[in-house]
Ligand binder design. Structure first.
Ligand SMILES: *Cc1c(COP(=O)(O)O)cnc(C)c1O
Length: 467
C-alpha cells in the first residue's frame, strides 16, 4: 500500500483468506466466553484481533491459519476474563509487599469480611435504642484495650490518619504550624511524603534541627505563636546511623505539655508485638508510644498489624475527639468490610494468638528448619529435572516500610544462573503468576511468603522452567 493505491494483488488474496468475524465469534461462543464476559466484549476483542492480522497481511505477511486466529482470540479472551486484579504467589520473601497487597489476612479476618459484605449490618445503628449509632465504635474498645489508649479511631489508611490528625489538631491557628525534626522528613514508598501531606492539611511546616542531629532545644526555640503540633515521624524505610541525636518522645511530650501543644506520633508500621522476640531488633510498639504520652499515635492496619488496609489514630480522649468531629473524617472514613476485618484481626491479639494466626506474623516467626523443608519439598515435587536447582541460604525482608536493614534467615530455591530476567517474566506469566526475585543472576524463590496450599503450584512452575 506504499503507493497509496490499495493492497497489492497478493495481499488482497491473502486478506480474503482471513476468517469472517462471524466464524470467530462462534468459536468464542463455543468456548463459553460470551457467557463469561458479555457479548459486547467478545465482539470487540474479535474485531481487534482481526484488525491486527489484517495489518500484518497488508505489510506482507501471509494470512494466518484459521486455527491460529482462533487460538489468538481465545488466549486474548482468557486474559480478559482473568482481569487485572489477580491472586499471585509471593515468592519474594518480602512479607509486607506493598505492590502485592501488603498483609494477607487470617482465615477469621477473611471470613468476617465476607460475612460483613453479604448482608445488612448494625454499622451506624444502635440496636438498643433503635436510633442512629456510631460507625467508629466497632473497633475502638479493642484498640484501646490493646494499646492502652483512652480513645481510638479507624480511617481509610495511615496517610489519611496523619492528614486528619494534623488538620484537626491544627484547627484554630490560621495557618497552624507543625514542628518536625529535619531528620524525619521522609518519603515512604509510593510517594507518601510527610511535607506534602502536611501542606494538604492546611498547616505549615517548620523543620527543626539538622538532618542527623536534633535536640529538644531546637523545638523549644522554634515553638512560636502559631505552633500547634510537635510531630514525630517514624523513619520507616531508612536508618540514620553514626553521628546522630534524636529527641525522645517523652521529652517532646514534656515540652508540649508545658506549652499547650499537641504531640502527634506517626509510627507507620505500628506493631503491637515486641519485634525483638522474632529476631527483628527493637521497634517501638504502639503501647509504648501511648504510654510515653503522645496525644495521637497513627499507624497502618495492613503493615505489622497484619489486618486490612486502614489507618488508626489512637491516643488521648480529647485529641481523638477533635479528630472525630473534623469534617475531613467524612472523606476518609473506613468502610464496613474493613471494620469487620480490623475487629477480627484485633481479636487475634486479644486472644494472645497473633503470632500463630496472623499470616504476617506467621511468616516472620517461621523456623529455619520449616523453611528448608518447604524448599526441599518443592524440589522433590518438581521431579528429577529440579536437581539442577540449589537450595541456598538467604535472607527475607519484612518490607512495607518497616524494619529497614533487618532481615530474617531463610532457605531459597535457586535456579541455575543466566537468563534471569526472562525466567522472572515467564514465572509472572503463569497461572497463578509466581513472583520471584533475582540474586546474583539467579532467580530465587523464598518459601517464607508462599502460603499454605500454594506449594504444588510453585513446584509445577519449577518443573515447567526446567523442562
Ligand atoms: C507506611 C507509612 C505511612 C503510610 O501509611 P499507609 O497506610 O500506606 O497510608 C505513613 N507514615 C509512615 C511513617 C509509614 O511508614
Amino acid at each position: 500500500m506504499a503507493d497509496g493505491t490499495g493492497p497489492s494483488p497478493q495481499a488482497a488474496s491473502e486478506l480474503r483468506k482471513l476468517q469472517s468475524t462471524d466464524r470467530l465469534l462462534r468459536a468464542a461462543e463455543r468456548a463459553g466466553f460470551s457467557a463469561r464476559l458479555g457479548h459486547g466484549r467478545v465482539v470487540e476483542a474479535a474485531r481487534q484481533v482481526l484488525d491486527r492480522y489484517r495489518e500484518m497481511v497488508l505489510s506482507g505477511a501471509p494470512a494466518p491459519e484459521p486455527a491460529e486466529l482462533e487460538r489468538t482470540l481465545l488466549a486474548r479472551l482468557e486474559e480478559d476474563a482473568r482481569g487485572t486484579l489477580r491472586q499471585v504467589i509471593n515468592a519474594t520473601g518480602v512479607v509486607i509487599h506493598t505492590n502485592l497487597g501488603r498483609a494477607p489476612l487470617s482465615e477469621e479476618t477473611a471470613a468476617a469480611m465476607a460475612h460483613a459484605s453479604q448482608g445488612y449490618l448494625s454499622l451506624e445503628y444502635d440496636l438498643e435504642k433503635g436510633t442512629r449509632g456510631d460507625r467508629y465504635r466497632h473497633a475502638e474498645a479493642a484498640l484501646c484495650r490493646l494499646t492502652g489508649a483512652e480513645a481510638a479511631l479507624a480511617v481509610n489508611n495511615n496517610a489519611a490518619a496523619v492528614l486528619l490528625a494534623l488538620a484537626a489538631l491544627g484547627e484554630g491557628a490560621a495557618p497552624a504550624e507543625v514542628l518536625v525534626s529535619r531528620g524525619q522528613l521522609v518519603e515512604i514508598g509510593g510517594g507518601f511524603r510527610i511535607p506534602d501531606v502536611l501542606r494538604r492539611s492546611g498547616a505549615t511546616l517548620t523543620e527543626v534541627g539538622t538532618t542527623n542531629r536534633t535536640y529538644l532545644s531546637d523545638f523549644e526555640q522554634a515553638a512560636g505563636e502559631r505552633t500547634r503540633i510537635l510531630l514525630s515521624v517514624h523513619r520507616s524505610n531508612f536508618r540514620l546511623s553514626g553521628f546522630v541525636h534524636e529527641v525522645a518522645l517523652p521529652e517532646l511530650v514534656g515540652l508540649a505539655r508545658a506549652r499547650g501543644l499537641w504531640v502527634v506520633d506517626d509510627l507507620g508500621s505500628g506493631t503491637l508485638l515486641e519485634t525483638a522476640r522474632f529476631g527483628l531488633g527493637a521497634e517501638p510498639t504502639v503501647q509504648e508510644r501511648i504510654r510515653a504520652g503522645a496525644d495521637l499515635v497513627t499507624f497502618s492496619g495492613d503493615k505489622l498489624l497484619g489486618g486490612p488496609q486502614a489507618g488508626i489514630l489512637a491516643g488521648r480522649r480529647e485529641a481523638v475527639s477533635v479528630a472525630r468531629s473534623h469534617p475531613l473524617l467524612r472523606a476518609l472514613r473506613v468502610d464496613k468490610v474493613t471494620l469487620a476485618g480490623l475487629s477480627a484481626t484485633l481479636a487475634h491479639y486479644e486472644r494472645g494468638e497473633a503470632a500463630e494466626r496472623i499470616p504476617v506474623w506467621r511468616a516472620i516467626a517461621r523456623s529455619p528448619e520449616s523453611l528448608r523443608e518447604q524448599v526441599e519439598g518443592w524440589r522433590a515435587m518438581a521431579g528429577a529435572a529440579a536437581m539442577v536447582c540449589e537450595v541456598i541460604e538467604g535472607r527475607s525482608e519484612v518490607g512495607g516500610g518497616s524494619l529497614p536493614e533487618v532481615s530474617l534467615p531463610t532457605s531459597l530455591m535457586a535456579f541455575p544462573p543466566g537468563g534471569a530476567d526472562a525466567r522472572l517474566a515467564r514465572l509472572r506469566r503463569r497461572d497463578p503468576p509466581v513472583i520471584a526475585r533475582i540474586e546474583e543472576d539467579r532467580v530465587v524463590l523464598d518459601p517464607r511468603t508462599v502460603l499454605p496450599g500454594e506449594d504444588q503450584a510453585v513446584a509445577a512452575a519449577i518443573a515447567a522452567e526446567l523442562r
